[in-house]
Design a protein around this ligand. Structure first.
Ligand SMILES: Nc1ncnc2c1ncn2[C@@H]1O[C@H](COP(=O)(O)OP(=O)(O)OP(=O)(O)O)[C@@H](O)[C@H]1O
Ligand SMILES: [Zn+2]
Length: 576
């Protein structure tokens, strides 16, 4: 049994996530966590809301709520939707937790002791009317690159250019609209990442098995142009983790907070500490996942994220972890594998939270159960390139794979058995060459599926699983127990017995993709044996003669053209 630590990129707090966010991080992480648990491994699956930074403050302001209250509410909303999609986190934490405050301050202190923090005087825009500095999105103005007149201090949404607040032409406060602004000096802390370039490069180059998407982004940031730059880790904001040097005050940093990119990945660790507390366990419970001197040396740590998160996870967060161990007394568990994703696009454009474009998690669950979405999203995950959600493709894939292949098999077998033998596994007959061939084919397919799952090849895993289902359909088509029954009822009984057992095997193996359908199948079969079918012959005899079952309801309803058109229209515009 291995120990596997899995983290999903943290969903930002300022709104409900869209299907792109879901398939780019949390959902494939859940698939992997479920699979590894099903194979008997010890899994710790961690996610949390990312709650700091200016977008959270601005969203709270729009909602007319104090930011702490807004974040608490949105965390509950996101937790609820995660449960709706059956995301099986061991803990869904909050980056604003006391644990993350303490750990972020502690790690900053360690980095300072290592000489890896510098103090830099910066010019920042100060609003006299608002009585505060205006970082990032708190300032708007005209983009110097494209002339768009609502560019934000961190980025122009129109041309996507990254900006500094001082770049904007005709700047104004996004809070009050005031143009009574001035540039003032303010001091900030920077993480001296440049210092660590060689160490980071050696570490990344040692990861021979990482996806090209991951290493290419990392090396680009590391070496392109002037190479990796030091990064500011503090901001003049109220909401966030107060800047401290461990548990001591940091002279000159009063009233400042750590910047969101610094504290967000640390929350992976802090969320595990939140988990330990919620379980009534001590520090050793989370440390055995995160400290190689405290039991984590045999942990395999895998991170899941969309491509825009790769730089932080390959450079900044590792720099924090390596730097904090400068004297060898705090060996933190480093990531072993980073599974990154390209983007899922929506019907000819991009998903966008700020523009409300696409299908969002709450809307998706309001029209169809989680399994339908899970199946489509995973089987079309944007791995080697961006992929696109279209309603036509969604309808075709659900109807073909889920309804026609898996759903139809379950329905035909159970109904046929009920009509000819009653709702129990029939006795009589023996397996012949056709059944032996089926068992061999299933074993081979299962091996192929396992190989793809272990490699985290999400689309290929889905394709193998579908192929595994198809084998059952083909068998049933050829064996045709409904014809066999007319001449040789005993042989038909053996075929049906095999097929009912095969349905159980399908439930077990499909569970990481479609957990609700799997549970429905198991309940109908009156079975709670979820053991992995490593010995296919034995697995296909798990349900004995005489075992009772109930014929399940329709597992997957087909999506009609009318439904598809209705949804297509409903979700064509932007969300209010
Ligand atoms: N269209 C997309 N397809 C796949 N993954 C995505 C997509 N958009 C964002 N992600 C990923 O979703 C995860 C959660 O992201 P986060 O909550 O920070 O939203 P975001 O990146 O700001 O996206 P948006 O701006 O659309 O809200 C990240 O790992 C991010 O890389
Ligand atoms: Zn622009």
């Amino acid at each position: 049994m291995a120990r596997i630590l899995i983290t999903s990129a943290l969903p930002y707090i300022n709104g409900i996530k869209h299907l792109g966010n879901l398939v780019g991080s949390q959902l494939p992480a859940d698939l992997y966590a479920r699979y590894m648990r099903a194979r008997g491994h010890e899994v710790m699956f961690i996610c949390a809301t990312d709650e700091h930074g200016t977008p959270a403050e601005i969203a709270a302001q729009k909602a007319g709520k104090p930011v702490a209250e807004y974040c608490a509410e949105m965390h509950a909303v996101q937790a609820d939707l995660a449960a709706g999609f059956r995301l099986s986190f061991d803990h869904f934490g909050r980056s604003s937790s006391p644990q993350n405050h303490a750990l972020t301050q502690h790690l900053a202190g360690r980095l300072n002791a290592a000489g890896l923090i510098s103090e830099v005087s910066e010019k920042q825009v100060y609003s006299n009317a608002d009585g505060r500095f205006l970082p990032d999105r708190y300032i708007e103005g005209t983009c110097p690159n494209c002339g768009y007149d609502r560019a934000r201090g961190d980025q122009c949404e129109n041309c996507t250019k990254q900006l500094d607040p001082t770049d904007l032409i005709d700047p104004r406060s996004a809070i009050s609209g005031s143009t009574d602004l001035e540039v003032r000096e303010t001091k900030h802390l920077f993480l001296r990442q440049r210092e660590m370039r060689d160490q980071l490069r050696d570490w990344i180059k040692s990861k021979k098995d990482w996806p090209i998407l991951t290493t290419s982004i990392a090396l680009k940031w590391l070496d392109d142009g002037d190479g990796l730059q030091d990064r500011g880790i503090t901001r003049d904001l109220d909401w966030g983790i107060p800047v401290k040097d461990g548990d001591k005050d940091w002279p000159g940093m009063e009233g400042k907070v750590f910047y969101v990119w610094f504290d967000a990945p640390i929350e992976y660790i802090a969320a595990t500490a939140e988990w330990a507390e919620a379980q009534g366990k001590g520090d050793e419970a989370w440390q055995r996942w995160w400290r190689t001197d405290k039991g984590a040396d045999d942990v395999r740590y895998v991170e899941f994220m969309g491509k825009d998160n790769v730089p932080f996870h390959t450079l900044s967060f590792p720099a924090t972890m390596i730097g904090a161990n400068f004297d060898g007394t705090e060996p933190w568990k480093m990531v072993d594998y980073i599974k990154s994703f390209n983007y899922l696009n929506y019907d000819g454009g991009q998903f966008s939270t700020s523009q409300g474009r696409g299908v969002f998690m709450d809307q998706a669950l309001s029209i169809l159960p989680a399994d339908y979405w899970r199946w489509w999203l995973l089987s079309h995950a944007p791995e080697s390139s961006d992929s696109e959600f279209t309603w036509e493709n969604f309808q075709a894939s659900v109807n073909k794979d889920l309804a026609d292949v898996l759903g139809n098999l379950v329905s035909r077998v159970t109904k046929f058995c009920r009509s000819k033998f009653g709702e129990q596994l029939p006795e009589g007959g023996t397996y012949g060459p056709r059944e032996e061939k089926l068992i061999a084919d299933l074993s081979a397919r299962l091996k192929a599926f396992e190989t793809q799952m272990e490699a985290m090849e999400v689309r290929k895993s889905a394709a193998e699983l579908r192929g595994f289902w198809v084998l059952g359909n083909e068998y049933l088509q050829e064996a045709a127990p409904w014809s066999t029954f007319k001449t040789d009822p005993e042989a038909a009984a053996a075929q049906v017995r095999l097929a009912l057992n095969l349905i159980r095997v399908y439930a077990v193996v499909s569970q990481p993709f479609i957990p609700d359908a799997s549970r429905a199948i198991m309940e109908a079969l009156g079975c709670d044996d979820w053991s992995w079918p490593s010995d296919m012959g034995a697995a296909l005899a798990a349900l004995p003669v005489g075992h009772a079952f109930t014929t399940p309801e329709v597992l997957f309803a087909k999506i009609s053209d009318e439904q598809r058109e209705d949804w297509q229209n409903r979700f064509a515009g932007t969300r209010a």
